[in-house]
Structure formats: C-alpha cells, structure tokens
Ligand binder design. Structure first.
Ligand code: NAD
Length: 454
C-alpha cells in the first residue's frame, strides 16, 4: 500500500504535474473552498476528538489554516521566481541566480493536538513549493483523520496529494519508503525513529517537537493583562495540550503571592467555580494521557504544592486548571514536558536569576517574558536560546507568517509558516550562466611559470 502510493506520486511528480504555478494555485484554492464549505464538519471533528470549544477551533485551527492558504496563494508566483544574485568577479562575465526547485515526493506526519492545522499547514507548504505529498494524520484524533481522508480527494488533485490513515504499523510502512523530505510533528522519542528511517535514504527532515516552555513574570508588569494572556495561552490552547503552551512560570518569591491570586481570579472568571463543567475547556485527549497527567499530581511532594485546582474526572477525561507553587525541580512535573492543564510556578530571589534556570533545561520551543524592563527584555532575547520567543504575551508569535516557526535542539529542527514553509519544501538550486567570452587563460594547463606569476 505505502509502496504503491509512493510509486503513483513519483509518476505524477516525474510527469511534471505539480510544478506549474497554476496547479499549485488550484490546489490551494481547493483547500480554501474545503475549509469554507466544510467548516461545520471540521469543528464537529475537533469536538469529537478533543471536545475543543468551537471558538478555539475557529481561531486556532480553521482561520489560521485559511490565512496560511491565502498567504501562500498570494506568494507563490513571487516565491517561484528565480532570485537574481550578484555575479562574482571570479566568474566574470556571468549571471547568477537561485532557483527554488520542488524536492519531489514528501511525507507529512502530523500530531493529535491541533489535528486540523498541524496536518494542513505543512501540506500547504509542500504544495506551494510544487511537491507531491502524502499526509499521515494522527490516529489519536480519529475524527479529524477520517475527515481528511474523505475531504482531500474531493477538493485537491488525488494523483499528487494523498492521505494515508493509521497508527504505528502504517507509519512504519510509510517510513520504509524513500521520500524527498519528511516533515514530522510530535514527540522527541518518535522523532528519533523518524530520523533513523530518514537516514537510510539520506532524506532531509523537519522535526516540529515540544519541550518545557517557560514564562518569566517580572513584578514590573500590567498584572491584569499578563494573567489573562498567560491563562489563554495555557488553558485557552487546548487546555494546555499545545506545544507552545506555557509549561511553567518563574517569578520572584516576593511577587509570587500576588501573581497566584491574580491567576486564581482570572481562572474563576474564565472557567467558573466548577471548571470540570466548563464548555470552554478541551478535555484530555485519551485515558493514556489522562493517566499520565493524573500521575504527575498524585506524587506526594507535588500534590502538597497544589494552590488551585487539582480536580479530575476520569469518566469525562477532564482535568481542571491547576496551579502549583515551588514543586521540587527533580519531580516528573518539572523535568518532562507537561502538555496539559497543570501550571507550576517556580520562585527565584531576583528575576534576573530566571534566565539561568531556563537555560539549565533543554532549549524550549517557545519562551515568554512579561516585563516592562527594557534591559531584562534585551537580556532575555540575547541570552535565552529557544525556537521562538514572545515578550508580554503567549502563543501569538505563531500567527505572524513573516516569522519562522520551529524548534532548536530538543524542540526540533527546521521551520515553516509563510514563505518559510515554501523554503522548507524547496531546494535552493545555484545556477550560474556564462557566455563564451572572458577567457582567463591561467585556468588552463599547461601551468607555465609565466601563468603562475599572475
Ligand atoms: P501523536 O501521538 O499524534 O504522534 C505524532 C505522530 O507520530 C502520529 O502521526 C503517530 O501516528 C506517529 N507515531 C507515533 N508512534 C510512532 C512510531 N513508533 N513510529 C512511527 N510513527 C509514530 O502526537 P504526540 O507525539 O503525542 O504529540 C505531542 C508532542 O508533539 C508534544 O511533545 C508536543 O510538544 C509536540 N508538538 C509539537 C508541535 C510543533 O509544532 N512543534 C505541535 C504539536 C505538538
């Protein structure tokens, strides 16, 4: 099956079907039509998979996917144009250009937490760059996966763009094939499997992974605004099941009580007195992840540190927004990515100490700072390595298509969004064009003593 799919796509790519700008534009228009006509089905699938609130589905998946299609549609003709670069004196006379060439047949393996956006967004880049593509959505979000399998053939060219559904066996079979690029979104353990499979064929990869995203909160802030932005970036993003959701807060010992109080107030305002009943919070995706999260807060030395929340409902797979204060650094909560509604707050003596604390862990996908202090902002930008960063807000940096989105170190490699998606799926071919003049005789043997004087 996997072999047949790749064979068919290779034939389509070799025939040149995917190269013309017109084909690329037609596919992107097809995706826009699909999003517009099937918005209700997409919202329903996301609700089935995660009980994702429809407002969140619209803001974070559907509208971002549509903007991404439109941005690519507006950009492709310009992006496809060979980029003229200066001719060097060493090659005089000549002209030089960089040609963006499609890579060929590419594989997109997607994750469950934003199952619509994380599937379609890399596919948009692959199409814009003129590739044939297989999408393998996550089996952990089965309603969205099935919807892709049904809808894509109705809206785009099925001889060049295909969906293969399935879990580990199906993905393993796909990974045995030779691809021209593999774009993987998910966790670091599977990323290593993907990378090892890619190595067999020298296939380039983009790995969009996660990590522990820190939020440093200084006392020099508009606290009312800051806590709303932290809360919406954590619980308003799939109830914390988001790669760029705040994983932990760092603040000073002196400021922590005020910050905790403000967070409690905003949580109650957003999700009410009984958050397990709130329709504005996604559920935990499945019982495996529920058990994993519940176990994190059942540990005695962690349970003792809960200052808000902590309620769980296993039947409904719901966990309430939970704040914890000064959990020991060697607990599972503080060492691994949380990926759920638990938010530990770590305290330091001086806010400047927070940078060393962040840098004692792996490089995160996103890092956040709330502060009016310009010097602290500059230190944060200069001294914290991270996939991306945002000052005085959370998560929003991914909505700017002029910024690359991707990780560094343990949070991944390669980036996409906007033109970066086009570049991610293109080879930058160096092209030098010369005429027959400008012969430099020193180039040619025999290398006489006279020539060597030059
Ligand atoms: P997941 O369970 O959906 O797995 C991701 C993909 O890997 C799926 O398509 C799945 O079928 C495939 N897969 C799983 N096991 C495999 C195996 N043994 N061999 C081959 N393929 C396999 O998602 P997940 O990994 O739980 O996703 C959560 C992680 O992803 C978190 O760490 C999160 O931070 C990260 N993430 C990153 C981004 C980003 O854009 N950087 C976005 C979302 C999630």
């Amino acid at each position: 099956m996997a072999e047949e799919v790749v064979r068919e796509l290779r034939a389509s790519f070799a025939a040149g079907r995917t190269r013309p700008a017109e084909w690329r534009a037609a596919q992107l228009k097809g995706l826009i039509r699909m999003i517009e006509e099937k918005e209700a089905d997409i919202t329903a699938a996301l609700h089935d998979d995660l009980s994702k609130p429809s407002m969140e589905s619209y803001l974070h998946e559907i509208s971002l996917a549509k903007s991404s299609c439109k941005f690519a549609l507006d950009g492709i003709k310009k992006w496809m144009k060979p980029e003229k670069v200066p001719a060097a004196i060493t090659t005089f006379p000549s002209s030089a250009q960089i040609v963006s060439e499609p890579l060929g047949v590419v594989l997109v393996i997607s994750a469950w937490n934003y199952p619509f956006l994380l599937s379609i967004d890399p596919v948009i880049g692959a199409i814009a760059a003129g590739n044939a593509v297989v999408l393998k959505p996550s089996e952990i979000a089965p309603a969205t996966s099935t919807l892709f399998a049904k809808l894509l053939p109705e809206y785009v060219d099925n001889t060049c763009i295909k969906v293969v559904e399935g879990g580990v066996p199906e993905t393993t079979a796909l990974l045995e094939q030779r691809w021209d690029k593999i774009f993987y979104t998910g966790n670091g353990t599977v990323a290593r499997i993907v990378l090892a499979a890619a190595a067999k064929h020298l296939t380039p990869v983009a790995l969009e992974l996660g990590g522990k995203c820190p939020v440093i909160v200084d006392s020099n802030v508009d606290l009312h605004v800051a806590v709303k932005r932290i809360a919406v970036g954590k619980w308003g993003c799939n109830n914390g099941q988001a790669c760029i959701a705040p994983d932990y807060i760092i603040t000073t010992k002196a400021f922590a009580p005020e910050l905790v109080d403000s967070l409690k107030r905003v949580l109650e305002r957003f999700y009410g007195k009984d958050p397990l009943e709130s329709a504005d919070l996604s559920r935990i995706v499945n019982s495996k992840h529920f058990q994993r999260l519940a176990a994190l807060i059942e540990e005695k030395e962690v349970a003792d540190k809960i200052v808000y929340g902590g309620q769980t409902d296993e039947k409904k797979l719901k966990i309430a927004p939970t704040l914890l204060l000064d959990v020991p650094q060697d607990t599972a909560l503080m060492t691994g990515e949380i990926f759920g509604p638990l938010l530990p707050i770590v305290t330091v003596e001086k806010i400047e100490d927070s940078i060393d604390l962040v840098n004692s862990k792996s490089k995160p996908l996103a890092a956040y700072l709330f502060s009016r202090n310009k010097k602290l902002q500059q230190d944060f930008v200069a001294n914290v390595p991270a996939g991306g960063m945002l000052v005085n807000d959370t998560a929003l940096h991914l909505a700017n298509p002029y910024l690359p989105f991707g990780g560094v170190g343990d949070s991944g490699m390669g980036s996409y969004h906007g033109k970066f998606s086009f570049d991610c799926f293109s080879h930058k071919k160096a092209v030098l064009i010369r005429g027959f003049g400008g012969e430099a005789t020193a180039r040619y043997p025999p290398y006489t003593a006279e020539k060597q004087k030059i």
